[in-house]
Ligand binder design. Structure first.
Ligand code: PLP
Length: 349
């Protein structure tokens, strides 16, 4: 049985969170002399002298409508990276506990584990990048606190099989963090609609990809009310600045734009995969459910260097196990993709 209280670190269990001025008095009307802000103004054209809402309720309200998840089940972080780090800090005892990741996958999981001195167990994906659910379950021991899964997976681009994900979630008494950073681009549906069935599931999404707001640093975590409360207690009081909150609200009111970007990206991806297939030194184009394509080449480092010399920058994944000699290519605009293709054509000469 999953018991949130049982896996929580003792220091977090007894933690008295910092209460900010904006926590203690929640009204919006009055003379505010409680937070040592500059009452006279800001050293900028627009006013930014007041602290933002520490729990971003306006943003969560609108997200709730779009995502069909109650606002209390939503956590907003300074990028998904903050949510990942908070999960480590809340549940993993440094030097004692471990987490499981399934490489090749997003590099931040390993960095976050190392920063928090948490042992990392690696259960590699299969040769065709499928989740090896039974092997993951075998790797669990009494100190395993979190399993991190990424679907669609970065850098391989594929969605993990939903039944494999469910198998892991239902066989584990710790937390499964499912990173859906690229879900807006995928034909598969998000696990959000079944969130309430799985008390140990945390779904991570982001404003950095489909919404086009990487500059703002805004990530979302969806989970049980109890788990969201833990993240809120551990986070820095004002983790999301007011400008980002306002701009995210503007974006959510403009969801149509996001959907248009996704559609355009899908058209460009189809064109680009077709063209990439013509180069003899690209030996495999992996199927992609994301906004990037992973390609296998006859010489990843050499092609990467040639492209960089020609001012086209892709992600070199050549030395990573299971994806040797692979490059990860983000889908650009039609012009950007044309620049990539003409650089590749020059390499072929
Ligand atoms: C890009 C990406 C994110 C987004 O991280 P942010 O901190 O929200 O920008 C999360 N997970 C994966 C796998 C990614 O590739």
């Amino acid at each position: 049985m999953f018991d949130l209280n049982k896996i929580l670190r003792d220091n977090i269990k007894v933690l008295k969170p910092y209460t900010s001025a904006r926590d203690e008095y929640k009204g919006t009307e009055g003379t505010f002399l409680d937070a040592n802000e500059n009452a006279f103004g800001s050293a900028t054209a627009a006013l930014h002298n007041r602290y933002p809402d520490p729990l971003q309720w306006d943003l969560k309200q609108d997200l709730s409508t779009i995502k069909h998840v109650p606002a209390e089940n939503i956590f907003i972080g300074n990028g998904s990276d903050e949510a990942i780090d908070l999960l480590f800090r809340s549940f993993c005892r440094p030097g004692i506990d471990n987490v499981i990741i399934t490489p090749p996958t997003y590099g931040m999981y390993e960095v976050s584990a190392n920063i928090n001195d948490v042992v990392l167990k690696k259960v590699f994906l299969s040769a065709d990048f499928e989740l090896e659910a039974d092997k993951v379950i075998e790797a669990i021991n009494e100190n395993t606190k979190i399993i991190l899964l990424c679907s669609p997976n970065n850098p391989t681009g594929n969605c993990l099989d939903a039944n494999d994900i469910i198998k892991v979630v239902t066989s584990f008494n710790g937390i499964v963090a499912l990173d859906e950073a690229y879900i807006d681009f995928a034909p598969e549906k998000s696990f959000l609609s079944s969130l309430s069935q799985y008390p140990n599931l945390v779904i991570l999404q982001t404003f950095s990809k489909a919404w086009g707001l990487a500059n703002l640093r805004l990530g979302m975590a969806f989970a049980s009310k109890e788990l969201v409360q833990i993240l809120n207690r551990v986070k820095p009081p004002y983790n999301i600045n007011g400008l980002s909150q306002a701009l995210a609200l503007e974006a959510l009111a403009n969801e149509k734009k996001k959907n248009e970007y996704v559609e355009n990206m899908l058209i460009e991806k189809k064109k680009l995969s077709f063209e990439l297939g013509k180069f003899a030194f690209i030996t495999k184009i992996y199927p992609s459910d994301a906004n990037f394509i992973l390609v296998k080449t006859t010489g990843g480092n050499k092609i990467y260097q040639f492209l960089t010399d020609n001012k086209v920058i892709v992600r070199n994944r050549s030395s990573i196990q299971l994806i040797e000699n692979c490059l990860r290519i983000t889908i650009g605009t039609a012009n950007e993709n044309a620049a990539l293709l003409s650089a590749l054509a020059a390499f072929a000469l």
